[in-house]
Design a binder for this molecule. Structure first.
Ligand code: LLP
Length: 420
């Protein structure tokens, strides 16, 4: 059940009317629901109860400290892909021993920081990375607990920009070389290869590609054990999709059941790295209509959010449901309209010919399913300040990232002496 519902004709987040937040922080703003975050995490925890499984929230989906803290309080670990994300996770209270570090391009500095923090696992994606990590760990006199990310060459059936498990993608070690690379890892000093990692893509709405990838992983596990490499951990990645429009992603019980059926008797600890499915539908973006413009052939709803705030529509042709914050009457006049932002690019378009009830200037609109890959992918293009983030819990709300002032944005830059 959504926590974003109309009450008395006004869209609320839990018990807070969105116009009250707009009055306090201005628009556009991101709004997250603590209850929805909590419910999403609990669904994972409940579905995997009884399995030796850890949920490491993929921080990249929404790295606000308050969001990470919400999950940390519930017992979550974190999947991070940079030193910055690692430090966020630690700062938000995720214990180091529940942090997994993924990514194809970790620098030596990042490796050192991860080893100093004593995190649970580093997921290695290439031979040069293995060699670098071996050197860094040896120089520090420690042993790095690693999993090797393999590329199972499975088609995730998702958008090309977010599919990662085909052999032409940059991710992981080619399936055909995996066994040999584990041999190399076992021979290098300072590395303890104890896991296999896989992640085939994001916004998957079918279990079949997950199953195919996990079955390949188990095949590899047996081969490695036969080679004398003691695999005790399986990192199964993230990727479970959410409903943006009409998708019907598999439910968590089905997903967990599939995982159990494939990995249940291997004596391995399973790690999951969900991002989107924990935060996507726990957040919305709220904007205000600036103008309604009648063009030659179509109408435009020009709002004060733009592609710099939510880039998913233009980058992935992503669909986000758009609704007026003031509830439409019983028989609203619905007409197609292009919903666009103020940025000077035609790509600054949220929706083309979207059927929407008539709205006028100054009205508030909400973009649904914006909790994942929304604020984290925003930029200050066109010198637009980053939209603030607000967390609601019950009838309370708190600004968890304020909108920077334009003065602060300008003050962050420096003029060289020779231009002063
Ligand atoms: N683990 C790894 C190694 C990943 O690369 C990712 C996402 C995840 C976990 C989390 O996947 P999720 O559960 O969120 O699907 N910006 C794109 C999505 C990029 C996903 C990148 N990797 C979007 O807005 O759709």
């Amino acid at each position: 059940m959504s926590v974003f519902t109309y009450r008395n004709g006004v869209l609320h987040a839990e018990d807070v009317a969105l116009p009250a937040i707009a009055d306090a922080v201005g628009t556009p703003f991101y709004c997250y629901s603590h209850a929805a975050l909590t419910a999403a995490y609990r669904s994972y925890a409940d579905a995997f109860e009884g399995q030796d499984a850890a949920v490491c929230y993929a921080v990249k989906a929404n790295s606000n400290l308050a969001v990470i803290r919400t999950f940390a309080d519930l017992g979550a670990g974190a999947d991070v892909v940079s030193e910055g994300e690692m430090r966020r996770a630690l700062a938000a209270g995720v214990p180091a021993e529940r942090i997994v570090f993924s990514g194809v391009g970790k620098t030596r500095g990042e490796m050192r920081a991860a080893l100093e923090a004593g995190i649970h696992q580093i997921n290695v994606e290439s031979v040069p990375e293995l060699e670098a990590l071996s050197e860094v760990a040896t120089s520090m006199g420690v042993e790095a607990p690693i999993a090797i990310r393999v590329n199972p060459d499975v088609d995730a059936g998702t958008h090309a920009k977010i599919a990662t498990g085909k052999k032409e993608n940059k991710f992981g070690i080619d399936w055909d070389h995996a066994r040999e690379v584990y041999g190399r890892a076992a021979a290098l000093p300072g590395l303890a290869p104890l896991g296999i990692a896989v992640h085939i893509g994001s916004q998957l709405t079918d279990l079949a590609p997950f199953r195919a990838a996990y079955e390949r992983v188990v095949e590899l596990l047996h081969a490695l054990r036969a080679d004398g490499i003691d695999i005790r951990r399986l990192d199964l990645g993230g990727g479970l999709g959410i409903r943006y429009r009409e998708e019907s992603p598999p439910d968590l019980t089905a997903y967990a059941g599939m995982v159990r059926s494939i990995t249940g008797n291997l004596g391995c600890r399973v790690t999951l790295e969900p991002g989107r499915s924990l935060v996507g539908n726990a957040g919305i973006l709220v904007a205000r209509v600036i103008f309604v413009k009648q063009g030659l052939h179509r109408r435009f709803l020009i709002v004060d959010a733009a592609m710099n705030d939510l880039i998913r529509p233009t980058l992935y042709d992503a669909y986000h449901a758009i609704v007026p914050v003031r509830e439409p009457g019983p028989n609203p006049d619905i007409a197609p309209i292009d919903v666009v932002g103020p940025v000077c690019e035609s790509g600054d378009t949220f929706a083309l010919q979207r059927p929407l009830p008539a709205m006028g200037a100054d009205e508030l609109v909400a973009f649904h399913s914006a909790g994942a890959y929304g604020a984290v992918m925003s930029s200050t293009y066109n010198t637009r300040p980053l939209a603030p983030e607000v967390l609601v819990r019950g009838d309370a709300f708190a600004v968890v990232r304020p909108r920077p002032s334009i003065e602060a944005m300008l003050a962050a830059e420096r003029m060289p002496d020779w231009l002063a």
